[in-house]
Design a protein around this ligand. Structure first.
Ligand code: ARG
Length: 414
């Protein structure tokens, strides 16, 4: 162990590229030496050395470089989360009865089967485009768990974008704020271990306790206007008791990363990320007119260098930052989601929740004609698939995926 620690020190001391490679290889030997005393299944020194020397299978710095590998979520085994304060602040009131009556049970069977079929089709299309598609494990979410601070049942692993934040070669398992999502990481562990062994960096920030102190429960009883007002005054559903954040509140543009303070991402969490990422990255806090801010990707989407897509109903107070940098700001087209379609979580603005396959190709909902036309006009080719049923669980293409690897390197676009 002492040897390991001294190797870590040398990594900090010598940071020229050649020295780093050499240190990494010897670190591989050190890891196996420590490990082989503990477990007989530990790889040999040679194997570990080989693994560590490989370039990372995880590498993604922005939302637009050519997509090479992606995780696509699953709604198999998904369970309706408890009818809790965090759910009430997020879900539209017209669905409260649904949640009250179905909490802890599987989501409606037929609807789920249709969503599964849609997502399978998305996976097929991505595969045909030459992109490697990986899936989380459909673990059991019905089991009730209890910590010293709370008890809950689970929800799903449908939205990898919410939990996995990829910054370069690093996978960050985000400390999400919903109690029903406390153990969601378990569905991704096999994948993450594999990526780590092949050279990725793996981080789990401090896990929130999620005691009552993390939540301002009275916020759920406020009208949308009062809630927006309080939000702008710095009072939110989550307190600053401990850090919490969902990956989907961040969008990445190389060295610049944008984040919103939302119902699930607090300033403590944003500070944690800022300090964790260090001087190489600039984190920018954005605020929007949104009474239920949760996940930035149906509010503001980075499409490619110089092009930001915004939700016309959710003004961004810092949009000048993009204007000054010469970026085009495009208001997204009106969504066509029928009003009677059950959208248990999320909003009709999931129409703008698209996945860039590269600078010139976007995956967009086949039903959203105005959005398709908008992209074609911008010179971006559309790859179409239907996500109507999948949308009902709170996400579109961007939420349902997490890009593991895109071509390209760390750049500055501002
Ligand atoms: N708040 C968003 C909406 O208006 C939901 C975005 C969901 N995003 C996600 N990554 N789960 O619909």
């Amino acid at each position: 162990m002492a040897f390991l620690r001294s190797m870590h020190r040398s990594i900090q001391v010598f940071n020229s590229a050649t020295m780093l490679t050499r240190v990494k290889s010897s670190l591989g030997v050190a890891v196996s030496q420590v490990g082989s005393r503990l477990e007989s299944t530990t790889p040999t020194a040679f194997q570990v050395k080989e693994q560590v020397a490989k370039t990372s299978p995880v590498s993604s710095y922005n939302e637009w470089d050519r997509l090479e590998e992606v995780v696509v979520g699953r709604v198999e085994n998904a369970v309706v989360p408890p009818f809790s304060p965090e759910l009430k602040v997020s879900a539209n009131e017209k669905h409260w009865d649904f949640f009250r009556d179905n909490q802890g049970r599987p989501w409606p069977k037929e609807h789920t089967e249709k969503a599964i079929a849609e997502v399978e089709e998305v996976c097929n299309i991505l595969t045909q485009e030459g992109i490697v598609v990986r899936r989380p494990d459909a673990i059991d979410f019905t089991e009730e768990y209890k910590t010293p601070d709370f008890s809950s049942t689970g929800m799903y692993c449908a939205m990898p974008r919410d939990i996995l934040l990829i910054v370069g070669e690093e996978i960050i398992e985000c400390p999400m704020a919903w109690r029903s999502r406390f153990f969601e990481y378990r569905a991704y562990r096999e994948l993450i271990k594999e990526y780590f062994k092949a050279g990725a960096k793996w981080t789990t920030p401090p896990k929130p306790l999620m005691s009552d102190k993390l939540y301002n429960e009275d916020v759920m009883d406020l009208s949308d206007e009062e809630r927006s007002l309080q939000h702008h005054q710095g009072r939110h559903f989550t307190t600053e008791f401990e850090p919490c954040f969902d990956a989907a509140d961040f969008v990445r543009a190389g060295k610049d990363i944008f984040v919103q303070r939302s119902q699930v991402t607090n300033i403590f969490g944003i500070d944690w990320m800022d300090r964790h990422l260090g001087d190489e990255y600039n984190i920018h806090l954005l605020t929007f007119d949104d009474p239920r801010p949760m996940h930035i990707d149906a509010t503001l989407m980075l499409i490619r260098p110089g092009l930001v897509l915004v939700n016309p109903c959710r003004g961004c107070q810092q949009i000048d930052f993009f204007k000054k940098a010469g970026w085009d700001i495009v208001e997204t087209a009106s969504p066509l989601m029928p009003a009677d379609h059950p959208l248990w979580l999320g909003s009709q603005w999931l129409s703008m929740n698209v996945l860039m396959l590269d600078h010139d190709r976007v995956m967009v909902d086949a039903n959203e004609l105005p959005t398709i036309q908008m992209f074609e006009k911008l010179g971006i080719k559309t790859v179409k698939a239907s996500m109507r049923y999948a949308n009902s669980y709170g996400g579109g293409f961007h939420c349902w995926t997490s890009d593991i690897r895109r071509s390209g390197t760390l750049q500055s676009y501002f």
